[in-house]
Design a protein around this ligand. Structure first.
Ligand code: NAD
Length: 380
């Protein structure tokens, strides 16, 4: 099986899908691995490291797409790239299939087997392939770093002959994978951290990291069987906003990571709350690119409202591209290895496998993923 890894072309995307270490492991499985020349530069990997690993380096990008049996990537494919791929080719990347209807239709019509990294089920067996978690974990760290560099204060308490500096107050809204890492990172830097999440089970996790959990009684919130938050009613969102208002006003940093899988993120920090914060305070909105948890946040920009800095940077994990590549590459390799047919030396698509049943979107000219099919047919 010919595994091709083209260079990522999205502006500012420095992550690579496969590191030289994992290229070597793919070769050991019996695959012919070909990478596009210069593919690893943004993450600090040279072509020579890939050739040493046993991969071939090619400068012919079109040929890479035409000859691939399996494409491993970070970002979704462009229409022109889909046109080059063979029918039956397997394409693994982020796809955002909930919002990318046309893309899913073109992959279907081109007979591509497309696998969406976002749709890997969050089960114990699939943890090693879970790119949402690996990248969210790093995003949590990066958000705190961004906040710290924009805040005109330090995070820890400091007692010096020149006076005592109080620790910064950090409020984290949404304590999933990214939020918990943000809490841990802010605590390590010495901040006082408070957090809120609609899933009550999270309270203990926040406390175990040394954070304070803000208790808000929103009535029935619960979580889905997959462990995701359920969408709040408009009344519950309003209750949450009111209950958070005071904490936000006292915070030097607010980090928002609240997401509801497959839906638009809720707006939880409104302009009147921002106006209540001290000038110089910082808000980092992880959801800025997908609609925003914070009123007025702008995707990929740093803006100011009433003296408060609002950071809407996307691709947060990409800020630490080397480590993000390391983890993403590991997720991809584990997915390939788990589905590798040892005798035939190929990626075997078996729908009896619960992980593939969850993450394969198109196959054999059909949309095979039940959730995405329902959405496309106008269902849930
Ligand atoms: P996510 O990115 O979907 O959401 C981030 C957080 O926002 C979640 O904790 C969610 O509860 C919270 N949220 C939603 N609405 C909110 C609101 N109005 N206010 C405050 N917070 C709100 O979540 P995630 O980080 O991807 O993790 C989701 C779940 O999946 C967690 O339970 C996590 O433990 C679980 N998980 C399981 C596995 C596994 O078992 N393999 C792996 C990763 C994550």
């Amino acid at each position: 099986m010919r595994i091709a890894i083209p260079k990522e072309t999205h502006p500012g995307e420095n992550r690579v899908p496969i590191t030289p270490d994992h290229a070597k492991k793919l070769c050991r499985l019996g695959a012919a691995v070909v990478i596009e020349s210069g593919m690893g530069v943004g993450s600090g990997f040279s072509d020579a490291e890939y050739t040493d690993a046993g991969a071939t380096v090619s400068a012919d990008r079109d040929e890479l797409f035409k000859s691939a049996d399996l494409l491993l990537r970070v970002r979704k494919p462009e229409p022109a790239e889909i046109a080059l791929m063979k029918r039956g080719c397997i394409h693994i990347s982020y796809l955002d299939p909930f919002n990318e209807r046309e893309l899913v239709e073109s992959l279907r019509d081109a007979g591509i087997t497309s696998i969406s990294m976002e749709m890997i089920p969050r089960t114990t067996r699939s943890q090693k392939m879970d790119a949402l978690s690996s990248q969210a974990n790093l995003a949590g760290y990066v958000m705190v770093m961004l906040a710290a560099t924009h805040l005109p204060r330090i995070f820890p308490m400091m007692m010096t002959p020149a006076g005592t500096l109080k620790p910064a107050n950090v409020f984290v809204i949404g304590a999933g994978v990214a939020g918990l890492q943000a809490i841990a990172t802010a605590k390590r830097l010495g901040a006082k951290v408070t957090a809120f999440d609609t899933r009550p089970v999270v309270a203990e996790q926040v406390q175990s990291l040394g954070g304070k959990f803000l208790e808000i009684d929103l009535g029935e919130t619960g979580e889905t069987a997959g462990g995701y938050a359920k969408e709040l009613t408009p009344e519950q969102v309003e209750m949450q906003r009111q209950a958070q208002k005071e904490v936000i006003a006292k915070s030097d940093v607010v980090i928002t990571t609240a997401q509801v899988f497959g839906r638009k993120p809720p707006v939880l920090v409104t302009k009147d709350m921002i106006e209540g914060m001290a000038p110089g305070s910082v808000i980092v909105d992880m959801a800025a690119e997908t609609g925003g948890n914070v009123e007025g946040s702008v995707p990929n920009e740093v803006v100011e409202w009433s003296g408060v800095t609002i950071i809407g940077k996307g691709n947060l994990a990409g800020e630490v591209a080397r480590d993000a590549s390391q983890m993403y590459s590991s997720n991809l390799f584990n997915l390939v290895e788990d589905n590798w047919h040892e005798e035939q030396k190929l990626f075997a698509v078996d729908f009896e496998d619960d992980i593939l049943a969850g993450c394969v979107i198109t196959h054999g000219g059909e949309v095979v993923n039940e959730t995405i099919k329902n959405i496309m047919e106008g269902g849930a």
